[in-house]
Design a protein around this ligand. Structure first.
Ligand SMILES: [Zn+2]
Length: 60
């Protein structure tokens, strides 16, 4: 029984790529090149920053 793993990139709900045929842990990201540990971290930082700013205050 295998649960389908989903990409952990923020906002991404694509299935993670399957484990390598030669073994090893299954990657936590989908097959999009821009979805990796680094970009996911950067995206989380960006979202955290966005969430920290008050949405009620409109700019412009
Ligand atoms: Zn993804």
């Amino acid at each position: 029984m295998t649960a389908e793993k989903i990409c952990i990139y923020p906002g991404c709900d694509r299935p993670a790529v399957p484990p390598h045929v030669l073994g090893g842990p299954q990657p936590s990201f989908c097959d999009l090149e821009e979805h990796n540990a680094l970009t996911a971290h950067q995206e989380r930082q960006r979202r955290a920053h966005d969430a920290a700013s008050t949405p009620e205050e409109s700019h412009g």
